[in-house]
Every structure is written in structure tokens, then in C-alpha cells.
Design a protein. Structure first.
Length: 114
């Protein structure tokens, strides 16, 4: 594993993964179902006006907030407000799965449905 990837993985564990899992573990220990996910897809389009080049996407990789266009099905005219990028067919499927999981979680309390 390249040094940059190792550092990024360690940072992800310290800043995001472990802090998310601690309360999840306590929740489950008290009999309350809990879920989390890890988004590891590097988008082909920027999701913020400041993320407007392939070079920036390559540096960021699958970073915190990169799932937002997928969760909200905002897959065209990226980066906003007037971009010309559109997510590809695989990314549209990823978005559909995330929208379904989040909608199911909101309406049924379970990301996988009943």
C-alpha cells in the first residue's frame, strides 16, 4: 500500500470510522438496531464548485461528503451550479441503491426494508 493510501486510511479511521462505530456499538448493545455505511467510490464528477477537475477528484478519492450527490440523486450538471459532468450508468445504480436505503431507513427504520 502506498504511503499516501496508508496515511489516508489511518486518518479515515481516526476521524470518521472509529467515532461513528463507538456510539453505534453502544446503541446495539442496548438492543437498538443500528447501521452505518462506508462509501468507497471515487465519483467521476465533482460535487462542489471547488472540485472541478479530474486532478482534484484523484487527490480526494472517495472522501467525506463525496456520497452526497448519490444520496440526493443529484447526478447531472456537476459540479454545481453550471457544470457539464454527468455521473455514469454505474454511478446511477449506486445512487439508486443509496436513495432506496436512505428512504427505507427514514420510512421503516431499516435500510434494507421490512
Amino acid at each position: 500500500m502506498p504511503v499516501y493510501d496508508a496515511v489516508a486510511e489511518i486518518y479515515s479511521l481516526v476521524a470518521y470510522i472509529c467515532p461513528a462505530r463507538r456510539p453505534l456499538r453502544v446503541t446495539v448493545e442496548h438492543g437498538v438496531p443500528g447501521w452505518t455505511y462506508r462509501f468507497k467510490h471515487q465519483p467521476t464528477c465533482g460535487w462542489s464548485p471547488s472540485i472541478d477537475s479530474q486532478q482534484t477528484l484523484d487527490i480526494l478519492g472517495a472522501t467525506h461528503t463525496s456520497e452526497m450527490p448519490f444520496v440526493f440523486s443529484h447526478l447531472r450538471v456537476l459540479p454545481p451550479p453550471n457544470g457539464s459532468c454527468e455521473m455514469n450508468a454505474d454511478e446511477q445504480r449506486i445512487s439508486s441503491a443509496l436513495v432506496n436505503a436512505w428512504t427505507s431507513m427514514a420510512t421503516q427504520g431499516n435500510p434494507g426494508g421490512p
